[in-house]
Design a protein around this ligand. Structure first.
Ligand code: ADP
Ligand code: GN1
Ligand code: MG
Length: 376
């Protein structure tokens, strides 16, 4: 049987475990995530109406403890549900909703040790792979800032660290060094320039973790994967509606969320663009995002957090670059790839962006200074 057919058969078995009414009429791969296997399910009920769901096979090579992961997701979404209700919002659309199994569990483990979960599909939404208008990016900034604010009182001690040291850049650097030293696939020769670029910036890696260690930056509950395609926009008014991909919601720095959004959204090129002349930091997008994020976070950010925003952008971009490069060197074992050297192309865009940020540092700082009054 082909892998595709095997997956189809597996899905047929898996869905019988979940408490969903109706008949499955369609199932297909969905979305552009790099980590989980995502499928769209369409069900038809007896009265002929259709309902859609998102089925995901969690990547348990990466998320070593899917049980704890789902406990986080359930706790966070239930907490957010309460906050959204008090704000007069619609929790069925403004946060993820986990569909339980017939046994009341939040996931199902099949006989092949795959872990599956189902979410309600948030209907009538748009999901962007790149910024189409500055206003969308601004809205995403307000939403990510707000997300952090909504979770201010969430008991962080109840959260498991789903991927330890996820945004610990010095630890990522050590992993990268190991990948270079081992050079398992004999690919280091193909990436000499990129390796040199990364090594030359070692001293930057500990800037944020040092400030955290010295108590100068507060630990918060953050999303940690704030790519533009991890947010759904309402089709009706094009406003940011629902923040998704909650697998990495963990204690972290506000700068991680700010920086990761800039890395992905304020670049003039795609994350895997091969023509590096197309990849630069769009200062106008940096500006709208800074304004929106500061508004969304409200008064919660400290002076040091605000001052470090450009560093957050640079370090998250650099860190993602070394993660892509390490994965390229190790044989593409982490990020899903779709072509030869895909992870190397991705690393190159990140490093191009880092050097452009270095060139535009004064302007980035000026933007932050211009807007820092907003949240005071
Ligand atoms: P990954 O961790 O692999 O990035 P995501 O959870 O981000 O997986 O899902 C991949 C894509 O599926 C998203 O970018 C989005 O387009 C879509 N998606 C995920 N959850 C939902 C949902 N509940 N409703 C509608 N679309 C969704
Ligand atoms: C992954 O899951 P996804 O595709 O939204 C990764 C992020 C990276 C991103 C790069 C759990 O995000 O950390 O920044 O790819 N997620 C995980 O595109 O590693
Ligand atoms: Mg995602």
């Amino acid at each position: 049987m082909s892998t595709e057919k095997q997956t189809c058969a597996l899905i047929e078995e898996v869905i019988t475990q979940f408490a969903i009414k109706g008949r499955l009429v369609k199932k297909e791969p969905y979305g552009n995530g790099h980590i989980n296997d995502t499928f769209l399910l369409v069900y038809e009920t007896e009265n002929g109406s259709r309902r859609r769901y998102i089925l995901q096979r969690m990547n348990h090579d990466i998320f070593k403890n899917p049980h704890q992961l789902m406990e986080n997701v359930v706790n966070v979404t239930e907490y957010l549900r309460g906050v959204i209700l008090t704000q007069g919002g619609d929790p069925d659309r403004e946060t993820l909703n986990v569909v339980k199994t017939s046994d009341g569990a939040s996931y199902y483990k099949d006989q092949k040790q795959n872990y599956w979960r189902i979410f309600l599909f948030v209907e009538r939404t748009l999901c962007f792979e790149k910024v189409e208008s500055p206003k969308d990016f601004y809205d995403s900034a307000v939403a990510f800032g707000n997300f952090q604010r909504m979770l201010t009182d969430f008991p962080a001690e109840n959260l498991y660290e789903t991927i330890p040291n996820f945004h610990n850049t010095p630890s990522r650097f050590r992993d990268f060094l190991k990948a270079v030293q081992e050079d398992k696939m004999g690919r280091a020769a193909l990436a000499e320039e990129e390796i040199a670029f990364a090594l030359a910036r070692e001293k930057d890696t500990a800037v944020l973790t040092d400030l955290l260690g010295e108590g100068k930056l507060p630990l918060r509950v953050t999303h940690n994967d704030t790519k533009l395609n991890n947010i759904l926009f309402d089709e009706a008014d094009r406003k940011a509606l629902c923040i998704i991909d909650l697998d990495t919601v963990m204690p972290g720095l506000s700068l991680y969320d700010f920086g990761d959004s800039i890395r992905f959204g304020a670049s003039t090129g795609a994350e895997d663009e091969q023509d590096l002349s197309k990849v630069t930091l769009d200062l106008a997008l940096f500006e709208v995002f800074t304004k929106g994020f500061l508004e969304g976070c409200g008064t919660s950010l400290t002076e040091t957090e605000i001052e470090m925003l450009p560093m957050g952008a640079k370090l998250m971009t650099y860190e993602c670059g070394i993660r892509f490069l390490a994965d390229f060197l190790m044989g593409d074992v982490y990020f899903r790839t779709h072509r030869e050297h895909h992870n190397l192309d991705r690393a190159r865009t990140q490093f191009k962006l880092v050097s452009d940020m270095e060139a535009k540092w004064a302007q980035m700082t000026a933007v932050v200074n211009q807007y820092k009054g907003i949240c005071r």
